[in-house]
Design a protein around this ligand. Structure first.
Ligand code: PLP
Length: 475
């Protein structure tokens, strides 16, 4: 007899639901179609006094919560960067929640520290980063980049951690196309947005090294203090790749820390065909890659690799008496590498995913995504009503209907409103453009084609309605 038959039945029901969900996610509209406030109105305003049966919770999960879910795990989720969960990842999350450890110190669960060390080192090897880079898992790339920049400031010898600094004179450099998280780090560090100098890009949206060198020299001459450069491998809008070898040389010549944001693009380096995307990154001081973006690991899992872990530790280590531990100095205490003290056992899910897939299968899936993106690119190029706006080095295609911004907005809204697929937009050269990122484990060519057909149908429909409205008498 089970000691807790209710829990046992609920776990069985939940695991059955997960199994079906992975098989049948296409049955759901990708983008939630609910009205703002509707979920909240359907829920009681206060917690119940008496506990409710788990079955009732699962009923309400299906009845009330699911309609308010945008299905990131749907094979036709093409917005932003698709993240994808996987069976091994879900299994690990269940065990992580059951253990509920806090891996702040090595002794608070030696396995949490050491499995994380092993899993991040496996990934390091798989993407071709040299030995000497050690990994630590954070929640998001936004945190990883912030921590890297704080380490960079520490490395600049300003003694910021101890004495504090007036950060308004500090400067770091990134491309005009870099993710907003790079600039946001400046809001936290006190440099403000002004401290994050945006370097212009070339016709393929890559940082211009000469402009970088000129900006650093200009700031130095003005008495400002440059301390870091952030290059991107796989920018958010167009997935462009900054020329890291040249950028690294400039950073080295000026004694600046080089951080690489490879949150999305880094995973592609597990493919021999794409190893080159991390060329030059061996010279970086730090690099972030998100297995929760393109490596089947449930969110959250962002790996910060650092070649100067001592500096990262110096920037963040602060050990009160109640956390002192006899192993200090002989082991890594993960609390020493970021702002959060408590940390989930994230290493377990990366370890499960890498083991269950194996690099071979992981490569097959990523290569499949890249191939589907090339097909979509070819369909766009063949259609005279559409145009491609950027090279496609990974699995993201950026394009637009030639009808202008309003037409593209209309197409996006129509497709997303239909529930058939979820696509998103960006701006390129000031124009409103469409963007499809392929990253879901279960996406097939039919899914990509269905989304493309929905886009074309929306364009045709909008053309008809705009003709109809323009042919209306104006009286
Ligand atoms: N860097 C790049 C290139 C991104 O595209 C994104 C998000 O899409 C981020 C950083 C931020 O990622 P996170 O949500 O993990 O903070």
């Amino acid at each position: 007899m089970s000691a807790d038959p209710e829990l046992e039945a609920a776990l069985a029901r939940a695991s059955e639901w997960v199994r079906h969900y992975f098989e049948d996610a296409r049955a759901y509209p990708v983008l939630s179609q609910v009205e703002p406030g509707s979920i909240r109105r359907a829920l009681p305003p206060s917690a119940p006094e008496r506990g409710e049966p788990l079955d009732a919770l699962l009923d309400d999960f299906e009845r009330l919560v699911l309609p308010g879910i945008t299905h990131w795990n749907h094979p036709r989720f093409f917005a932003y960067f698709g993240i994808t969960s996987s069976g091994p990842g879900v299994l690990a999350e269940l065990l992580i929640a059951a253990l509920n450890i806090n891996g702040m110190l090595w002794r608070t669960s030696p396995a949490a520290t050491e499995v994380e060390e092993v899993a991040t080192d496996w990934l390091r090897q798989a993407i071709g980063l040299p030995e000497g880079f050690s990994g630590v898992i954070n929640d998001t790339a936004s945190s990883s980049t912030l921590y890297a920049l704080v380490a960079a400031r520490e490395a600049a010898g300003l003694d910021a951690g101890r004495r504090g600094v007036d950060s308004r004179r500090l400067r770091y450099y990134t491309s005009a196309e870099a993710h907003s998280s790079v600039e946001k780090a400046g809001l936290v560090m006190g440099t403000g947005s002004a401290g994050c100098v945006r370097i212009p890009v070339d016709a393929e949206f890559r940082m211009r090294p000469a402009e970088l060198a000129a900006a650093i020299a200009r700031d130095r001459a003005a008495g400002l203090t440059p301390f870091a450069v952030v290059a991107t491998v796989g920018t958010t809008s167009t997935t462009s790749i900054d020329p890291v070898p040249e950028v690294a040389e400039i950073a080295r010549d000026h004694g600046l820390w080089l951080h690489v944001d490879a949150a999305y693009g880094g995973a592609a380096a597990i493919l021999p065909s794409h190893r080159h995307v991390l060329a030059g990154c061996e010279h970086a001081d730090s690099l972030v890659v998100n297995p929760h973006k393109w490596l089947f690991t449930p969110i959250d899992c962002s790996v910060l690799y650092c070649r100067r872990e001592d500096v990262l530790g110096r920037a963040f280590s602060l050990v009160p008496d109640y956390l002192s531990n006899p192993e200090a100095g002989r082991v890594r205490n993960l609390m020493d590498y970021g702002t959060s003290l408590g940390r989930r056992f994230r290493g377990l899910k990366l370890w499960f995913v890498l083991r269950a897939f194996g690099l071979e299968r992981a490569r097959e899936v990523l290569a499949g995504h890249i191939e589907m993106a090339q097909k979509l690119k070819a369909w766009v190029e063949r259609d005279p009503d559409f145009e491609l706006l950027a090279p496609v080095p990974f699995s993201t295609v950026v394009f637009r209907h030639r009808g202008g911004d309003a037409a593209n907005r209309g197409i996006e809204e129509t497709v997303n409103g239909s529930g058939v697929a979820f696509i998103s937009h960006t701006t390129v050269g000031g124009a409103y453009v469409l963007r499809m990122a392929i990253g879901n484990l279960r996406t097939t060519e039919d899914d990509v084609r269905a989304a493309w057909e929905a886009i074309r149908a929306a364009a045709a429909q909008l053309k008809v309605s705009s003709q109809t409205s323009s042919s209306k008498p104006t009286s």
